[in-house]
Design a protein around this ligand. Structure first.
Ligand code: 2P0
Length: 349
């Protein structure tokens, strides 16, 4: 029927990198200058919910509504996702005349985040992962999470990692068309289920410097950047995968903190410099150092993305020592809202 509305919904989780993506060798396809690795967070606290629908009765152009406000869909990234998904649907329609020609209908995508958008809480990662999977579900595509990760990466690089649960890598790849720049699961969440993440929101304000322009300026001007991409990150990717396989929290925590420091050092080394950390962020680093010194080993690890908010990884058995001390040290401080103990879980993988 001409006026039928076809619809599918999904949710996608936030992921927080422990080896950071920063730098593009191809800004159109979001092909990175280094591989990266992240932990997918529970959808209970941080997630995007997205409904994709299409109908021949819709107005002629595609539309996207995020948290109730209409977004521009003419950007190359959103267009790339729509185009790739439509092409996959069209290939199925071409082989089966009985199917409705959904690939020819205007799309309407409605998304809601349950956390601050663009405050360095990986909103674009969950957002594009949910957009791509919702449309893939709408089109009944048989695509694997790997193939969807290749498409979501074109929306936002880090989005490719939100197609998998647990511990997830993104292979930088070498092909110029990006066909091998996809996400892969290092280990399911069940492999190391007592991992916890504490999100400390220092500021829910939109970040000053967008990741895309920030990373392009870093690639162009930082003298530290080349050795980070060519030597430091490849070595840490191996160390991190080993730490996860062996469930070695001390190694996991040390590499996590050092990679966050390295990423923010290249930001400071950018000209003009990029400051994502603020005094509150530095206070959180001090609290982690205090916790680890008191424990005599690494039981808490901080990491910061393109914003001042801290994510603290720890194991459940150290909840009282880590989350408890943070509450005592920072609970009263202006600007901090502690989001407690998100269990990290697999995303159905
Ligand atoms: C990461 N970040 O690995 C790193 C750490 C921020 C710091 O991925 O331009 O929003 O859309 O590909 O994915 C943020 O970058 O950038 C990011 P685009 P994206 O999570």
């Amino acid at each position: 029927m001409a006026s039928t509305i076809h619809r599918a919904s999904t949710t996608a989780p936030v992921n927080i990198a422990v080896i950071k993506y920063w730098g593009k060798r191809d800004p159109k396809l979001n092909l990175p200058t280094n591989s990266s690795l992240s932990v997918t967070l529970s959808q209970a606290d941080l997630r995007t919910h997205t409904t994709a629908s299409c109908s021949s009765s819709y107005p002629s152009s595609d539309s996207l509504i995020l948290n109730g406000s209409s977004q521009d869909v003419s950007g190359a990234r959103t267009q790339a996702c729509f185009r790739e998904l439509r092409a996959l649907r069209k290939a199925i329609e071409d082989g089966d005349d009985s199917l409705p020609k959904l690939s020819t209908f205007p799309l309407k995508v409605v998304s809601e985040n349950n956390f601050p958008t663009a405050a360095g809480l990986a909103s674009s990662a969950a957002g594009f992962a949910a957009l791509v999977r919702a449309i893939a579900n709408l089109y009944e595509l048989p695509s694997s999470p790997t193939e969807l990760s290749r498409i979501a990466r074109q929306g936002s690089g880090s989005a490719c990692r939100s197609l998998f649960g647990g511990y997830v890598g993104w292979e930088q790849g070498s092909a110029s068309d990006g066909s091998d720049s996809v996400a892969f699961q290092v280990a399911p969440a069940a492999h190391w289920p007592n991992m916890r993440a504490l999100i400390l929101v220092a500021s829910a304000a939109k970040k000053d410097v967008s990741s895309t322009s920030g990373m392009q300026t870093t690639v162009a001007t930082s003298s530290l950047f080349a050795s980070r991409a060519a030597e430091t990150v490849p070595r840490r990717m191996n160390e991190m995968q080993k730490a996860i396989q062996e469930k070695d929290f001390e190694a996991f925590g040390k590499v996590t903190m050092m990679d966050s420091n390295s990423f923010h050092a290249t930001c400071l080394d950018t000209y003009p410099p990029i400051f994502y950390l603020n005094d509150t962020s530095r206070a959180a680093i001090k609290v982690v150092e205090t916790i680890n010194t008191a424990a005599g080993k690494i039981i808490a690890a901080y990491t910061f993305d393109a914003g001042p908010n801290a994510v603290i990884y720890y194991l459940e058995e150290n909840e009282a020592k880590v989350a408890g001390l943070f509450k005592a040290a920072l609970g009263e401080k202006d600007g901090w809202v502690g989001k407690r103990g998100d269990a990290i879980e697999a995303n159905g993988e």
